[in-house]
Design a protein around this ligand. Structure first.
Ligand SMILES: [Zn+2]
Length: 293
């Protein structure tokens, strides 16, 4: 089966709710729009899954039937670099998210690792790395098959630079690379300006994690507004004054024969996901017409 880039929204599009759709209807509605991925948002969860197992399983089978790849975004209330009791509570929340992700057959549980706080950067990162090793081991002992997906972050005080995320992926078993391109752009004050800027990131990933991990990365994308501290607000793709430009990423995806899962985090979730998909198709078609005699 040939792998292709998948597109979908971060969370259930508000319009689906207006239409009165239940959770298991969502994959069918996405498919009707031509989309084939969905990130389920578990971002306000505490130490227990806040979905019934039965509903999670229904969502999972509907996703399978409609060829929609599921991921799950875990709780925002995580700090793996904090004090011991904060780390322990964070681990419980990650396990809760991973448990529900496993019920629905999500392939990755995305999450934010935490904050440097008053610690030295190196110390904060080591604390995070050790805590995640424990989470990974506990997930294995519980038989949870979902991969851990620490995400690249967009603010200076957050743990999760590209280098840190690559190291976590190297050091911890059962991880999946998650790159939020808008966050990288915001953290580095608008660094993604040319195709080469995107290409340099793909090359760095390939060098550290190998070709297949680079090709199959899980991505978040939107346009973004930032301050000196980094990320401020996500924006839609049509807003000219913000970056980054998806077409440049599409060029790199085509060039490296990547097949990422692309989750759209713009304020108009599914609408912009379709716009990115259309751009991707245009880029691939233009390459194809160059190859054809
Ligand atoms: Zn996130």
């Amino acid at each position: 089966m040939s792998e292709h880039t998948r597109f979908g929204p971060a969370g259930v599009p508000p319009m689906f709710r207006v239409m009165g759709a239940d959770l298991p209807d969502v994959p069918r509605l996405l498919r009707a729009e031509g989309l084939d991925a969905l990130e389920y948002e578990a971002v306000r969860w505490g130490p227990k899954p806040q979905i019934r197992r039965e509903n999670a399983e229904k969502l999972g089978s509907a996703a399978k039937e409609n060829d929609v790849r599921l991921s799950l975004h875990g709780s925002y209330f995580i700090n793996l670099s904090g004090k011991r009791e904060v780390v322990e509570a964070s681990k419980r929340r990650l396990i809760a998210s991973a448990t529900a992700a496993d019920w629905m057959g999500a392939y990755v549980m995305v999450f934010h690792t935490g904050f440097y706080g008053r610690f030295e950067k190196d110390f904060a990162f080591k604390t995070c790395l050790n805590a995640l090793k424990e989470v990974s081991a506990e997930m294995r002992s519980l038989g949870l098959r979902v991969k851990l997906g620490p995400e690249t972050m967009g603010r200076k005080f957050q743990v999760g630079s590209l280098d840190e995320i690559l190291t976590l992926n190297q050091e911890i078993e059962d991880t999946q690379l998650v790159v939020d391109w808008a966050h990288l752009h915001a953290l580095h004050q608008g660094s993604l300006k040319k195709v080469e800027d995107f290409r340099a990131i793909a090359e760095k990933v390939e060098e550290k994690l190998g070709t297949e991990a680079m090709r199959s990365m899980h991505c978040h994308f939107s346009k973004i507004e930032f301050t000196a501290q980094g990320e401020k607000r996500h924006h839609t793709l049509d807003e000219e004054k913000f970056g980054p430009d998806f077409r440049m990423l599409a060029e790199v995806i085509a060039y490296f024969q990547m097949h990422p899962t692309m989750i759209c985090e713009s304020p108009i979730l599914d609408v912009d996901a379709r716009k990115m998909q259309e751009t991707m198709k245009q880029v691939l078609d233009s390459k194809q017409s160059k190859v054809d005699p």
